[in-house]
Design a protein around this ligand. Structure first.
Ligand SMILES: Nc1nc2c(ncn2[C@@H]2O[C@H](COP(=O)(O)OP(=O)(O)OP(=O)(O)O)[C@@H](O)[C@H]2O)c(=O)[nH]1
Ligand SMILES: [Mg+2]
Length: 419
């Protein structure tokens, strides 16, 4: 089964916690603080792998978690950095964050690396908090925690030329004639179920050609294989519209041509994509007559028609000659620009609620602060109190009506309000 759209979740590693520790040695009393810093958490990294062609692997593995950083330790030992986790994706994968639809990465080049999520920073050990007046800090900082984030991966293949057309008109046969690709070819509709890519090297300009499943009338409304595969030609620079010019299945090639054009219009911006027509199956009876009709039909437009036979290989020099002549005049393949992360409105750093006589202070920064306090240590408490003051918590409590001696709660801790 071919998969070109999946959702995954990823989480970068948390930073390790800083350590509280004091140097101990025989005959050395009151050694200085030597708690090391926590290591950084591992990043989540995307890597565009040219050997992958679908997002199928993600059907079995959707959760990605990078290693956490190690905690700091005594002796100024820094915690180990968490290892990054590399997620391989096929070239052409576009990554969006699900919750805001932001485009995070377009993995358009083989070998491209992109840091999707940065690991959490390690917390400082107590050695960092030593000052001339606070020689034995009894607290350290916890590491930065990282959230689980959901992403949507979408594969939009990258090719210079896209072969489009009705089923069974010979698209895959053409790809097999001009590239080393070996797509399945057979005399029935929807032989090709997943896009095939090949590299054309023999016409003086190397370029990538994509063969996609056949399109039928109503595809844009979901008939046949639907238009889901058109996303694979969305990023092509030139469309080669293949028609069965012999009308070998009893259809009219001029009508076929118009119907496929309608589907391209219904899909959206493919309508304006430059296209040329490959009138295939010229070896079969009736072809010449239909070719003349199609040419008359397109008279006055700038759409060129190239008669070929993928069976006898006639006409390929002209068709391929036209492609290598036109390609250099066309814009480069669309690369989607990464959207910068929305600058979140500064979150209220804390909120104050009242529960009877108790003032409850909450907010992530407050919880982190409380984690770093050692309540049995006076210095640590002083630091805590100074931080509350410098962050405006004391003022806010006073404004909320707190008086000396009232109870204040932060996380699990309760203490008296002291101005
Ligand atoms: N006579 C003749 N038969 C051809 C020619 N090109 C392709 N065919 C035959 O047409 C049939 C369909 O060819 P495919 O290349 O599989 O067609 P397709 O457009 O890829 O079809 P789908 O993948 O089903 O959309 C096969 O039996 C081919 O051998 C040609 O130039 N002349
Ligand atoms: Mg095919």
């Amino acid at each position: 089964m071919f998969v070109d759209q999946v959702k995954i979740t990823a989480k970068a590693g948390n930073g390790g916690n800083g350590a509280v520790s004091f140097h101990r040695e025989k005959f050395v009393q009151n050694g200085g603080p030597d708690g090391g810093d926590g290591g950084n958490g591992g990043d989540i990294v995307l890597l565009a792998d040219e050997n992958m062609h679908t997002l199928m692997d993600f059907r079995y593995r959707r959760k990605f978690t990078a290693d956490n950083g190690g905690n700091g330790a005594a002796g100024l030992c820094r915690g180990k950095n968490g290892q990054e986790l590399v997620i391989k994706v096929p070239v052409g994968t576009i990554v969006r964050s699900t919750h805001d639809g932001r485009l995070c990465a377009d993995m358009h080049e083989a070998g491209q690396r992109h840091v999707l999520l940065k690991g959490g920073r390690g917390g400082w050990g107590n050695a960092h908090f030593a000052t001339p007046t606070r020689q034995a800090p009894n607290f350290a900082k916890p590491g930065q925690k990282c959230e689980i984030i959901e992403f949507e991966l979408e594969l939009k293949s990258i090719a210079d030329v896209g072969l489009v057309g009705y089923p069974n008109v010979g698209k895959s046969t053409i790809l097999s004639v001009v590239t080393a690709a070996k797509p399945k070819i057979a005399n029935y509709h929807f032989t090709t179920l997943t896009p095939n890519l090949g590299i054309c090297r023999q016409y003086g300009l190397d370029f990538v050609m994509a063969d996609i499943p056949g399109i039928v009338e109503g595809a844009s409304e979901g008939v046949g294989l639907g238009i889901q595969f058109l996303r694979h030609v969305e990023r092509t620079r030139l469309l080669v519209h293949v028609v069965d010019i012999a009308g070998s299945e009893g259809r009219d090639p001029v009508e076929d041509f118009e119907q496929i054009c309608d589907e391209l219009v219904a899909y959206g911006d493919l309508a304006e994509r430059p296209q040329i027509v490959a009138a295939n199956k010229m070896d079969l009876p009736g072809a010449q007559e239909n070719l003349e009709r199609l040419r008359k039909h397109l008279h006055g437009t700038d759409i060129e028609v190239y008669p070929i036979s993928a069976a006898t290989r006639q006409g390929f020099d002209e068709l391929m000659g036209a492609i290598v002549r036109i390609l250099p005049t066309l814009p480069e393949i669309t690369v989607f620009e990464e959207e910068p992360e929305a600058i979140a409105a500064p979150e209220a750093p804390f909120t104050i609620d009242r529960d009877g006589a108790v003032y409850i202070v909450s907010g992530p920064a407050m919880e982190m602060l409380i984690d770093s306090v050692n309540f049995s240590d006076e210095q640590s408490l002083n630091y805590f109190h100074r931080t509350l003051r410098s962050r405006g918590v004391i003022d806010a409590l006073r404004a909320a009506g707190a008086k000396e001696g009232d109870t204040v709660a932060i996380g699990d801790m309760e203490f008296d309000f002291i101005e």
